[in-house]
Design a protein around this ligand. Sequence first.
Ligand SMILES: [Zn+2]
Length: 86
Amino acid sequence: MNVETIKTGKCPVCGSNEVYDNRGKSAANHRKFLMVSAFKSFTLESYVCTACGYFKEFISDEDMKNEKLISKVKEDWNKTSGGKIG
Ligand SMILES: [Zn+2]
C-alpha cells in the first residue's frame, strides 16, 4: 500500500494541503463514471490539488468491494504486466 496518496489530503507532488475531492457529490459537472461494460460502470472519485494542478481519480471504495464489477474487469480488460508499451 502506497501511503504517498492524495487521499490523505496532502498532495504527493507539491506537499500542499489544498486538496479537494468530489466524493458523494452530484454527478453533474463531474466525470463520475468509468464504463466497465455496456451496463456496468465504476463510480469515480476525483481529487485535485489546487496548488499545483495534480489530479487523480480512484474507483470508489464501494465499487472496489463489488465482486461482480471487479470480476467483469478481470474478464474483459487486459492484465497489466508492466511490459513494453505499445
Ligand atoms: Zn500539489
